[in-house]
Design a binder for this molecule. Structure first.
Ligand SMILES: [Zn+2]
Length: 230
């Protein structure tokens, strides 16, 4: 890598704006309110936050679905820090359409060639963030997820709220169970993945680092990518 020129960093994270962060039923709403304020003549600006472990762009640790699974503070950070990543272009998929193995064939070849442990699925659904359409995203086929894990993928990231189908009347977590049940990691609510598939990037590298929340099942992250070939 040529190290003297500044790298272009792509932010893959949704900004957290109070009142504009979709939350699954039962999850807390995001709030940020000043508790110290320079404008009020106080010593500094300090905010109090209300958020959940699955607020905004975030990571799911195995403990999210498995009582004996790894908690978010104990994840292998080598998988999440400057990690080679492959991005699958799935922008042709429609609402609630299943993503099957054939859709992932090119990405699977690249995963093998680069020995990547991180696979990101670009559905383009992040453009629907904070609208009713956002929950109608394409979803992963559980068998395809299993084959990705067999290839060596450890981190599956998406620009949707879940890799599983989300409907009002049915709770489905098949892909969560397959990935987290094998000790893998899921990243949800990414954005900006279209820049990576359309930009002629050769060696995508990502950092997807969670807070060290002891004993917790997930954490908001700041997700970024850069091209290690530049
Ligand atoms: Zn989650």
């Amino acid at each position: 890598m040529a190290s003297n020129c500044p790298r272009t960093i792509i932010d893959l994270t949704h900004a957290l704006v109070p009142g504009q962060v979709p939350a699954c039923p039962g999850h807390p709403c995001y709030t940020a309110s000043p508790c110290l304020s320079l404008a009020a003549g106080e010593f500094a600006n300090v905010h109090a936050l209300t958020l959940g472990t699955h607020t905004g762009t975030h990571i799911d640790a195995p403990y999210h679905f498995f009582a004996d699974g790894t908690t978010v503070d104990r994840l292998d950070l080598s998988l999440l820090s400057a990690a080679p990543a492959v991005v699958a272009d799935l922008r042709g998929k429609r609402a609630r359409e299943r993503i099957v193995w054939a859709d992932l064939a090119d990405a699977a070849e690249e995963v093998k060639a680069r020995g990547a442990r991180v696979l990101l699925l670009c559905t383009g659904w992040s453009r629907h963030w904070n609208t009713e359409v956002y929950s109608t995203h394409p979803f992963m086929d559980a068998e395809a997820a299993r084959r990705l894990l067999d290839l060596g993928v450890k981190v599956l990231g998406l620009d949707t709220m879940s890799p599983d189908k989300v409907t009002a009347d049915e709770e489905c977590a098949d892909v969560h169970h397959v990935v987290l049940g094998s000790g893998g990691i899921i990243v949800e609510n990414l954005t900006g993945l279209g820049t990576l598939v359309g930009g002629g990037w050769k060696r995508i590298v990502v950092s997807l680092l969670p807070l060290s929340l002891a004993g917790c099942d997930g954490s908001p992250i700041r997700a970024v990518a850069w091209d290690d070939d530049v």
